[in-house]
Design a protein around this ligand. Sequence first.
Ligand code: PXP
Length: 238
Amino acid sequence: MKRLGVNIDHIATLRNARGEQHPDPIVAADYLRKLGVNSITIHLREDRRHIKDLDAKMICSKKNLLVNLEISTNPKIVNIALRIKPNFICIVPENRKEITTEGGLNLKKNKKKLQKIINQFKKKKIRTSLFINPSLTDVETAIELKADCIEIHTGKLANLIKSKKKYLYEIKKIKKCAIFAKKNNLEVHAGHGLDYKSTKLLTKINQIEEFNIGHFLIGESIFDGLPIVIKRFKKILR
Ligand code: PXP
């Protein structure tokens, strides 16, 4: 069974729209755990557009919940993450104007900075993942940096599938990276833009052990409810 991580940033976005407490991402995290998801993902952005510091602190303090905290390389955010100690860290690129994380990290440009951050989290025994594009060069760098995992950005694949364009080349690229990473003892995750169809296709790549899904899963729950949507994803991942 592959693991399902659910990104709950969109629940915080909905809450923030009213500036009140409902829907509460902390309650959502507990509810999702009860529905059997393997972990919760939250992204503490520099602009705090969805998850706020207190959400991150409260969610990370829950003993019975595995939390994957997405962060940029901003030193202030890194320090918060070191203090609130999530179970897992995923380092992602961040840019103020983006609607969502648009691509993987620029590993070449940020190598030194990333090495320092990875070492800091390793010292605290926090599993650290790098969000990368499906590129063998980037996998190679992730191996050099001694990250624990890579999360492969699946946004391009997801868009090709949604727009009914040819996606075979993209999926082959992801597969090659997953095989290469796994052979070199990196755990392989996938995320971004995934829905039922793209997730199902990616389950054929044995090396991918974890899927982190947010927008489609939360959006689809408006129609079918979280219990049914989670059940469907879990069936796909079985
Ligand atoms: N994984 C990472 C590293 C992300 O940054 C995101 C988006 O925040 C996701 C997974 C989830 O993407 P989506 O919301 O498109 O499912």
